[in-house]
Write a protein that binds this ligand. Structure first.
Ligand code: FAD
Length: 443
């Protein structure tokens, strides 16, 4: 049995490792286009910021470690075509500049996503970068640490854009974020993003909301960014306007792709083509709250779905229980976290919902260093089932949202969670925790 995995990061290496654990006899071959594999891209902003000075710490396992497990890894090898009828892949060896054909019994597509680069005038100028791969992070950090970089413009106020804004402030740069929408971090609702925006202002980040980048100006390197409202100096631009599935090489293969290019899979990670599996940022994922496939490119899903694909390729029948889109971000002194449906999503799906937004604290006032926590809940009106939760505060936010994730996963109502026996001791929480208070405020 020969199992070929395309892509060697979260989904790909989770699949390869699980495969080899379940079926020790199987031949497992991984083709990875880049120079690195199995690294945590989520750590890149903290490498660029200087909080971590050793990029090797982001590498979970090396090629040699995988080879010791019996997995054959080929770096700088790109799969350029898949021919399911013949069970063949066409591989380009970028080191030897050679093309060759390999065969498979089962195939795993784990090619992830690529950053969207808007086709604006000047976008090819020097010092305009994306942050996706370890190579990107190494290059960005080298650049950031040179004295010539003073003014940094971040285009896009999503997770990566905001993490990079903080990283650049920590590196002593003047930072501007230009976002086309009226607010940042749009998987959160406005009550939460407003508090995050105030924090960014407080920390010296200039936020330009509702403003559209039109061109990049410069001779060889970028010198300024022009928008519909102004022109701003820029020695470095970080483009973070979203990602798209890296599936162009599958066009014409017969493997079904969704409108955005993501591979369509079932909950066992099977594509429409026999013996071909896919998972991670290149594929759709089952959304437990919406009860349908969705595109949520997060490491959380890539690792779990990759592992499931690996087990199933080795003959098991594991089914993904579904994502809630749980995600968190640190914005300077604040933690933000979300799970389930946002109000925007509930509105778009024409749900009959109700919301609450409360301000509470992480623990009682009589224990030192009390900090505020804001929680927003979205509940189904009739059943009072919790559909979504979001929170922001200085401490204890992410773990509280994890409580909501479990509640949403188990279809709990606000009334039930409002009386659930959570831990209480003054250094950690009130006897009525912020979670209880939010649930019991649902009308
Ligand atoms: P990828 O990590 O994109 O890996 C795919 C691999 O496939 C790549 O190495 C690519 O070179 C290779 N490849 C592509 N095409 C081919 C081909 N044709 N042939 C061979 N190889 C190919 N997620 C979270 O949940 N939490 C976070 O805090 C978080 N922070 C992030 C911060 C940053 C800066 C970034 C960039 C991402 C972050 N993510 C986060 C997202 C997370 O990193 C991704 O969801 C995850 O890496 C997806 O894993 P994947 O294996 O599907 O794809």
């Amino acid at each position: 049995m020969k199992l070929v995995v395309i892509g060697g990061v979260a989904a790909g290496m989770s699949a390869a490792s699980k495969l080899k654990r379940v079926n020790k006899e199987a031949q497992v071959v991984v083709y990875e286009k880049g120079r690195f594999l199995s690294y945590g891209a989520c750590g890149l902003p903290y490498y660029v910021s200087g909080e971590n000075d050793d990029y090797t710490k982001m590498i979970a396992r090396t090629k040699e470690q995988f080879e010791q497990m019996g997995i054959e890894v080929f770096l700088q090898h790109e799969v350029v075509k898949v021919v399911p009828d013949k069970k063949q892949v066409l591989v380009k060896d970028h080191k030897a500049h050679k093309l060759f054909i390999d065969t498979y019994d089962k195939l795993m597509i784990a090619t992830g996503s690529v950053p969207i680069v808007p086709p604006l005038p000047g976008v090819k100028l020097g010092n305009i970068h994306v942050l996706k791969t370890l190579e990107d992070g190494i290059r960005l950090k080298e650049l950031t640490e040179t004295a010539e970089i003073r003014d940094v413009v971040i285009v896009g106020g999503g997770y990566i854009g905001i993490e990079m804004a903080e990283a650049m402030v920590l590196q002593g740069k003047r930072v501007r974020v230009i976002e086309r929408a009226e607010r940042i971090l749009q998987t959160f609702d406005q009550e939460i993003t407003q508090i995050a925006e105030e924090e960014l202002h407080k920390q010296g980040v200039q936020l330009h909301l509702g403003e559209k980048v039109e061109r990049f100006i410069g001779r060889e390197k970028v010198e300024a960014v022009q928008t519909d409202l102004g022109t701003y100096p820029a020695d470095l631009v970080v483009l973070s306007v979203g990602v798209k599935p890296a599936t162009q090489f599958l066009e014409g293969s017969g493997i079904q792709l969704a409108a955005n290019g993501a591979v369509v899979i079932d909950r066992e990670m099977r594509t429409n083509v026999k013996d071909v599996y896919a998972a991670g940022d290149c594929a759709l994922v089952y959304n437990k709250v919406k009860e349908e496939n969705d595109y949520i490119p997060l490491g959380t899903n890539a690792n779990k779905c990759g592992r499931i694909a690996g087990a199933n390729m080795a003959g098991k029948h594991m089914k993904y229980i579904g994502t809630l889109g749980s995600a968190a971000i640190k914005v300077f002194d604040l933690e933000l976290a979300r799970t389930g449906m946002s109000e925007t999503e509930a509105k778009n799906l024409a749900m009959d919902y109700t919301t609450v937004f409360i301000k509470s604290t992480d623990h009682p006032a009589y224990y030192p260093d009390q900090t505020p926590i804001w929680i927003k809940l979205i509940c189904e009106r009739r059943t009072r089932r919790i559909l979504g939760a979001q929170a922001i505060g200085n401490k204890g936010v992410v773990l509280r949202i994890d409580i909501f994730a479990v509640a949403i996963h188990n279809k709990m109502s606000a009334d039930e969670l409002g009386m659930t026996d959570l831990c209480y001791a003054p250094p950690f929480a009130g006897v009525w925790d912020a979670v209880h208070i939010a649930c019991n405020a649902v009308k």
